[in-house]
Structures are given as C-alpha cells and as structure tokens.
Design a protein around this ligand. Sequence first.
Ligand SMILES: Cc1cc2nc3c(=O)[nH]c(=O)nc-3n(C[C@H](O)[C@H](O)[C@H](O)COP(=O)(O)OP(=O)(O)OC[C@H]3O[C@@H](n4cnc5c(N)ncnc54)[C@H](O)[C@@H]3O)c2cc1C
Length: 396
Amino acid sequence: MSSPQFDLITVGGGLGASALAISMARRGARVLVLEKETQFRDRVRGEGLTPWGVAEARELGIADLLLKTCAKAVPCVEMGFGPRNLVETTPQKEPFFTYCHPEMQEVLLAEAERAGAQVRRGVTVQAIEPGANNAAVVAGDGKNEKVSARLIVGADGRGSAMRKWAGFETQKCPQPFHFAGVLLTGVSGRDDMVTAIFNADLGMIVGIFPETKQRCRAYLGYPTELALALQGSDKLETFLMESKRAVPMLNEMYAEVKSVGPLATFDVSESWVDHPYRDSVALLGDAAATNDPTFGQGMPTALRDARILRDALLQHSDWDQAGHEYAQQHDAYFHNSRKVCGWLRTLFQDPGPEAQVLRQRAMPLIAQDLTRVPDHIFSGPELPADDAVRARFFGE
Ligand SMILES: Cc1cc2nc3c(=O)[nH]c(=O)nc-3n(C[C@H](O)[C@H](O)[C@H](O)COP(=O)(O)OP(=O)(O)OC[C@H]3O[C@@H](n4cnc5c(N)ncnc54)[C@H](O)[C@@H]3O)c2cc1C
C-alpha cells in the first residue's frame, strides 16, 4: 500500500465534519473536507444548540468564533413551566446558541480552511474503498478521482450513503410524528428566550428559537396521522394555524409573521448504526445516529462525536484502536440520550390513552418539583438514566 495522501478525509462538510476538521487541522493533521454544496442553503435543520452542545463547541475551540460571526446567546427557555435561566441552572453554565444553520456551516468550513484543512466544494463522493487503499471516489469538474487517507470519516448527514458503502447495518426505530420548520421574521416575544411547549392532548410541540437579524426558527411537531404535508410556501398558513391551535399564546406572537425561508417537514423516526467504526472508516453526527429532532440533540451529539473522535486520534498512534474507542463511547452517550428522549416523548407528547394515564399520575408531581424531569437535553447525556430516574419522572 502506498502511503495515504491525507491523515483524514471527511465525506461532507456540515457541522460535525467541519468541527472535527478545524480541531485536527489546528493540531497539524493533513485533513481533506469533501462537500457537495458550493454554497449552503436552508435545508431546515437545527438552529438551537443546547447548553451541553455549547460546552462541546468550547472544547472544540469554535464557540467564540460562532458568537463573533453568526450565533446569538439565548439564556432562557420556556417549556410551559415558567422561564428558566439555563446559564444559572445547567452544570455547563451556558445559554442556548442559536444561528441560521447555513450561515454557521459557511463560517465553520471557512475556519477549517484557515486552520489548514484542504476544503473541496462542489464535489460529490460517490463511493469509498475501505481497507488497504482506504480511498474515497470523488466526482467533480467532470472527472472521477480517488483520494486516500488513514481514516475516512462519514459525516454525510441524515441520508448517509457512507453507512452502506462502509458495510454498516442501519438500525431503525419508527416514531409516529413529523417535525416541520420554517424561518420567520416578525415574531413578537422575548428575544432572550427559546420557547418549546408541548400539547400532549394533540400530540404536538411548538419550538421558537430567536436568532440574529430579528429572525426566528419556528418548528411544529405533530402526529404523522394528521397528514398535514407541511411542505412549500402554500402550506405556511396551515403551519401557523396548527401551531396556534397547539399553543394559543402564538395567536399574538405570530400575528405579524413572514417566512424568509423554505417550509419543510421530516419524519422524526430514529436511525443509527451500532459501533460507528470499522475498517478505517468512522461515522459521525447524523451519519452515525439520526436523533428525533423534537428534542434538539442532533447538533450537540455531532459536536460530542467530533471531540471524542479527535481526542482518541490524538491519544493513540494506532488509529484503529482510536476508532474503536470512539465508537464505544458514542454508543454509550447516544443510547443514554435516546432512552431519555423516549421517556420525554411518552410523557409530554404521546396523545395515546396509556400515556394519558401516566400523565395523570406524573404531571401533578412534576408541577410541584421540576427536578423530577431528567435534564439530559440541556445538561448532557452523562447524567444518570437508570430505573430510579425513570421512576421519579413517571411518579412511580
Ligand atoms: C427539522 C429539523 C430540526 C432540527 N432541529 C435541531 C435543533 O434545534 N437542535 C439540534 O441540535 N439539532 C437539530 N436538528 C438536527 C441537526 O440539524 C443535525 O443533527 C445536524 O445538522 C447534523 O450535522 P451533520 O454534520 O452530521 O450533518 P449535515 O448538517 O447534514 O451535513 C452533512 C453534509 O454532507 C454533505 N454531503 C452529503 N453527502 C455527500 C456526498 N456524497 N459527498 C459530499 N458531500 C456530501 C451535505 O451537503 C452536508 O453539507 C434538526 C434536524 C431537523 C431535520
């Protein structure tokens, strides 16, 4: 085998890939980022980074850059229990960071280049050849080319083809909800507060994330069986109407809104691979595990992945060992987080009769003592998620 051209190739140049590329290139690694978009556009993705994700961004050395360029620090959250200041109440002592997702992608990819990574845009990876040659087959400028690396990182998002190319088996857990989002201006209300309110009778959730330039990312989660097909500008009225039906205070907040981006809807079903490393290929971010976006764990997890993989690669000269160590840790934090999000979905969103019975017992206890609600989505997946935590949440 001839020596590889790069230490690391990332397939994709989204949040997860660029965070890893910045961090590794700053430490002298030869990094190549392959990204198919020449200019990022609004794909209706995550725009609220929870406090434990902000702490990960600090560890990766990108938090200040985000704040200086595209992010807004939003300290409070309202989930229907009264405003909560996250800076005062999370172990990380951090706020939400909110940003327009494509603006954040541009900032981080430019930073990866500044840090010394080679960034190629407008190229599409079409296949990989894992193992001895460990190469990616790249199409761009009308020709195909092979580039090799010690490690190929699949960071190609929720529709990841890398999973299949590298021979991983995808696990799936269907969920009966959809999640729609659109960028709005003209939302009235506090711009230092994220609003995320469930209406369990309807199986809905509304999320509103104030961003820079007086914009807000608005989300609506709803049962798939409603078949609302919230896609395209002619469905904006339905999106707004259903949001107001779920949370009546939006009648006032949404009185003067305009959309400034596409409206799109996603199936929230989870999909992941177990142990996202094999044969010199690691998966990271949504490619490794696509979370239910309702709970906003996708971006913190992508950043955690980047940090854990970086630390393992820097610690071990044997990158095969590093890859396995990363994958082992990934499984632990992803599944802890997934378990707790499942509990939250049952008690706060599931409109079915069994969940209603659970709510009758649990909600009065939670109203008296909010610490019964596991805080993983804000404070991180290393919080305990054992039977005692579950029993306390469900009031058993
Ligand atoms: C509606 C919705 C709302 C969400 N809300 C939140 C939220 O509030 N908070 C939160 O934390 N998370 C949220 N998420 C999840 C979050 O957006 C993702 O977890 C995060 O963007 C994943 O980042 P990534 O880098 O793994 O993937 P991506 O951001 O998808 O990046 C993948 C990149 O790879 C490129 N690519 C793909 N295939 C190829 C190829 N073959 N060759 C070259 N390039 C390729 C793509 O162009 C893309 O730039 C939400 C998701 C959705 C769908």
